[in-house]
Write a protein that binds this ligand. Sequence first.
Ligand code: UTP
Length: 296
Amino acid sequence: MIPKVRKAVFPAAGLGTRFLPATKAMPKEMLPLVDKPLIQYGIEESIASGLNQIVIVTGRGKAAIEDHFDVSFELENLLEKRGKTEVLAQLRAISDMIDVAYVRQKEALGLGHAVLRAKELIGPEPFAVVLSDDVIKSEVPCLEQLIRVYQYFGTPVLALMEVPPDQAKFYGVVDAEPAEFNGAEGDGRLFRIRNLVEKPKPGDAPSNLAIVGRYILTPEIFGALEATQPGSGGEIQLTDGLKHLLQSRPIYGYRFEGKRYDAGDKLGFLKATVEFALDRQDLGAGFGDYLRSLKF
Ligand code: UTP
């Protein structure tokens, strides 16, 4: 029996240098996309994919994240008195639906190190990792797409996306061969990974398939990360841990259906803001009219 994925880890302890000065005192995961912080989009995707046990790895600005997912009695009382029932229900829905635990990463020693901090809270079961600055819009939640593959093979599955050759240097890039599962679902999206290269130099990328911020991992990753030496920038990279793990078990990649926004980058954040606002029933029409009125 392949064990079920029930937990999701949200590393949120990075320095967010691409978004300074906004991220000086606040984690980038709390930047609002229209009216919700980035991390809430990831949490909602987890819930929609059946995962409601959440582990958040925090660094600076821990209080802002904790307060966001906590009950705010004063605010709720005030909203109730003022008859703001819709927004009150929205606030309650999220804290009611998840069970959150926090663990601290005291120093930003890399994504692999952040994931390792969740070891005790995860225990001996498979789990998802969600990087909430990668916001993904899709018909079927991206995590659910990955979980379907995981449930078939019982091995780690990484979210993959095609990137133009000049962009490969910003990502972990995979060397992979097409694979099939479920016969009928051999849809050209599944790959078996042969190797992974973190931020390849120009010309060194083994393919145009880059890893984006959604992973289904098995607990063996913790041992692999413990055995991983700090790599580029003195950080323990998750990609290097996965490379280690690849020596002992297969890892798959799934080119998910959907659109990903790099909301940890200023331009990516602006694109996501515009598209998410245009999609909103309450804002889209007015915002669209405004954009069309700008003559540029
Ligand atoms: P990034 O690679 O985007 O790094 O991290 P960063 O430091 O957050 O941002 P920039 O590049 O300086 O602007 C990817 C994810 O891993 C988490 C981040 O919070 C983000 O969700 N992370 C990264 C940690 O939790 N700890 C770390 O030491 C590094």
